[in-house]
Design a protein around this ligand. Sequence first.
Ligand code: NAG
Ligand code: NAG
Ligand code: NAG
Ligand code: NAG
Ligand code: NAG
Ligand code: NAG
Length: 527
Amino acid sequence: MMLRCVIILVVLGTSLSAFPARSGQEKRVFTLEDCAVGDEVRYTAAVLEYEPYKDWSNASSGDDILMTNVDFIYEAAKMAKEYGADIFVAPEYGVQSLDMYTNDSVRFQSLTQQIPDPSLRVVPCAIDGQVANFIAIRSLSCMALELEMYLVIDLAEQAACNTSQAPCQADGLSFFNTQVVFDRAGTVIARYRKQNLYLEPQFVPGPMDDTTALFTTDFGVKFSLQVCFDISFLHPAYTNIMEEGVRDVVMSTAWVDETPFLLAIGVQNGWSRGLGVNLMVAGYHWPEHTKLGSGVYRGYSDLNNLYSYDPNSGNELVVFPVTSCKTSPTTTKDLRNKNLPVITRPIKLDISSGNRNKEPRQQRTLHEDLSIYERMVLPPTETGETNSVSQCHDDGLCCHLTYEHSSSNLTYQLLTYSGVVKKGGDIYQIYEQVCAVVWCESENWRTCARLDLFEPPQDTFGPFNMQGNFSCETVFPVGLTRDFNLIPNSVYSVNSVNDSLYTMTSDQGTYNTMTVALFGRWYAKDP
Ligand SMILES: *[C@@H]1O[C@H](CO)[C@@H](O)[C@H](O)[C@H]1NC(C)=O
Ligand SMILES: *[C@@H]1O[C@H](CO)[C@@H](O)[C@H](O)[C@H]1NC(C)=O
Ligand SMILES: *[C@@H]1O[C@H](CO)[C@@H](O)[C@H](O)[C@H]1NC(C)=O
Ligand SMILES: *[C@@H]1O[C@H](CO)[C@@H](O)[C@H](O)[C@H]1NC(C)=O
Ligand SMILES: *[C@@H]1O[C@H](CO)[C@@H](O)[C@H](O)[C@H]1NC(C)=O
Ligand SMILES: *[C@@H]1O[C@H](CO)[C@@H](O)[C@H](O)[C@H]1NC(C)=O
């Protein structure tokens, strides 16, 4: 039975000093402040926002498609190197494209690659002679060696099947969605097979072994890998953060954007900030198919982020310095090009990958079914006055909001939800707890965050203070504007007084707000 409690208290004339900038009780899961003196290290990360080449009509074999993309990745990695990158990340499906899955098994298999077992310390660049399904792996290894840079690449892997790990799919082979890491000598040092597949019938899930996602660099930083949908689950990166001391995560993705909570950049920034870890994400660029967004998010050092999220950007590179803490000694002489100026915007890549998509591109996003949420339209206030409201849902999550809403007559709603949410055409069920304020065109929930249908005028929401008594393991803050950018992290603070009471506070108000949310994941309650 659903328990509802909706309490509206209108408190007139409350002073805005109810919105302190920082409460002083800020609790971050991890922070660089815990790093011992002398163990701090600064490296440079590069992530590629990329629309892979996929045109079979002009390809005589799978190798043509693979190598067109590998050649592009080479040009992008070379440029990243000029800006001082130590580690370079390419998007999910970046070497084969999302069109790789056809019912033509010959074509499909021609796009898959053999990846050596990292424990064998193979340098594919050094292997001579013909090896089937190896051309991209060899070229990428040579690239890492030539550029003396760590390369993190996601591609479709074919492996001799081992039925104690995964079922055979064809000809004694299993296929995985795999991130492979090459070190500066071109050695394969990690091979992580995606555990949480998202509508990918061509692959089998990788074994539940989170240690395969770990690698340590010559600058002493230990990383975890993760691929796309993995970010919604405990494995592999979350577990490696909690149990293996990881504070830096590299992710390849071909995300599915969904309003109002799950735009790629909101999820990426929220995960980084909510856990207090650095997150480097390379995303597949295909705005017509809900795919957009890459960035470097520096939650561990609490520094600002840099991201690419523009349907008309074309291919872009984000290169940004990251501060972390060594877990092992540095074995490289120095981190290269330390004194290069920091580039504070994404770098456009003029080099073409052969795709000819017309601008302006049509960005598409999915829209969450908000009918299952507890909802309340937030009454406007007079300038300088505040309202306080509370709203609870189902099994005990209560959201409490104090706010000023006087700069416009736009409609904002308080949304509250605790329970199972379905994703991927109802195939996946995950348990969420959410307290959120969302802009809507009207009282009808179907108009919430529909920026594809409405063009509301500019305004400011807040100051505000939102809190919720969460029961879930982790709460991620999300702040998105109506032009689909991140609200700068400095505009709101996030605190957790103890393990259950989380707050999100803005003492200045947020400009053109689409979403401000405390988005919780309760992994243990997933069906
Ligand atoms: C097809 O391939 C040829 C030879 O590589 C190239 O010159 C041409 O531009 C390609 N056409 C398209 C549409 O990609
Ligand atoms: C592949 O075959 C299945 C089953 O026959 C069909 O439902 C699907 O649409 C096909 N996919 C493509 C890409 O042709
Ligand atoms: C198959 O997988 C099992 C369990 O992970 C492992 O112990 C075994 O060595 C694997 N066999 C081969 C041939 O790789
Ligand atoms: C959250 O607060 C409400 C109202 O105070 C309370 O009824 C509910 O039990 C609390 N939930 C949890 C999980 O503590
Ligand atoms: C909101 O304000 C605008 C501009 O002042 C006005 O044109 C519009 O009619 C108002 N809408 C409502 C629903 O009051
Ligand atoms: C968390 O703090 C709130 C407010 O101080 C308090 O009501 C609640 O009981 C605390 N919860 C836990 C689990 O300590």
